[in-house]
Write a protein that binds this ligand. Sequence first.
Ligand SMILES: *Cc1c(COP(=O)(O)O)cnc(C)c1O
Length: 470
Amino acid sequence: MTSTSSTEISSSPLSESQGDQKDMLEEAARRATHYLDGLDSRTVFPQHEALAGLESFTESFPQNPRGPLETLSLLDKAGSPATVATNGSRYFGFVIGGSLPVALAANVLAAAWDQNAGLYIASPITAKLEKVAIDWLVDVLGLPTGSAGGFVTGGTMANFGGLAAARHALLQREGWNAEAQGLFGAPPVTVIVGEEVHTSLLKALSLLGFGRERVMRVPVDGQGRMIASALPAISGPTVVCTQAGNVNTGAFDPIGEICRVAHKAGAWVHVDGAFGLWATAAPSRAHLTTGIDQADSWALDAHKWLNVPYDSGLVFCRNPEDLRSALTHNREAAYLIEGNDREPMEYTPELSRRARGIEVWAALRSLGRTGLAELIDRPCRLASKFAAGLKAGGYTILNDVELNQVLVSFGDAEKTKRVIKAVQEDGTCWCGGTVWQGHTAMRISISSWATTESDIDLSLEAILRIAKTV
Ligand SMILES: *Cc1c(COP(=O)(O)O)cnc(C)c1O
């Protein structure tokens, strides 16, 4: 670059209006730290005033620059109080998880790098860390050695990737190239799911042309587990979609048994293990996942139980070529130069994407095998403690608490709904509602690294107090 052009660039109005990077980053770090420090002492769901404050963002698009520091200040002042404290220690809704400090910090550094994770040539460091993290996960999750993995946005796209690999493999065996020819005129593929299939899996089926309504549903038991003996007779190209970790009960389908039956008939077995697959990393819980390594593809979320920032999920596939064939680009795009290394874009639906692998690597490395086991096991122990406290208070636990999920009923549906609403308004913790096999229940999911025994005590005290008065 000549000195003339660099002068021109640095004195351009744009770089002036964007201010000093160092000031900005320090200001962001100061505000972020202040936010995190305050998480423990605020209500988990934002208060009415904070929600009303969102009106500060209603302004017409500024004609002229408003300045980066003022913009950051507005974001923090009006934005931070209106967040849900999901990154705190008493958020028990859905299955969410917070962010480990190291994962957040790696995210900040990676954001400064601003790497395009799609191609090795665009970011060797990202490609390297993805490979390392995938190999570690295949190892610690007990998946077949040599399985391929890809970094996607979350469980939905991980299910999509695994099912795309299934579609490829099953139709290839029939002499049909699904990627090139599409599905019009293709041999039909039978899709089998459990009655408790996650809605995101049905979404993936619909995106792939399998259709979410032409599935065969297998009945489930009282915990939501597919009953293996109730599998329909399998013939022709078939994919069986199993679940590791039911979003309500935390229960696992009998995946080993299903694999035995399904594989005898040549079917593909996919595992939706968004959070449950992590149980294999905790020796105390691994028995729940027996036989999971027999499957053909797996979906996993990192933004849930690994506690890395949103968004982050992974798809794994026993036979790398099936995943690669399903998701790779048309090789005719000559400008996408490929080297000899693993090309990240060949294992994901996206081409350009953010470098999720960096945070996953940082989380795994900082935890190590024992730390990861504790990250998974502790929420399970805390869930048992929560359930015991509620039971001692006289309320009914509707599920076998073997993982991190608790379903509790406070009486009839109306009373349970009133308790849930009052708990959410009280703000000590946040729990959602559900209907489990006809029973209205409050749903507790413990998935954060930050949750401690005293968080359970505080939350129990609030819930029991509320349930008595409602
Ligand atoms: C959360 C979840 C999903 C969807 O994952 P997203 O990351 O929200 O896309 C799929 N299956 C199960 C079992 C889940 O718990």
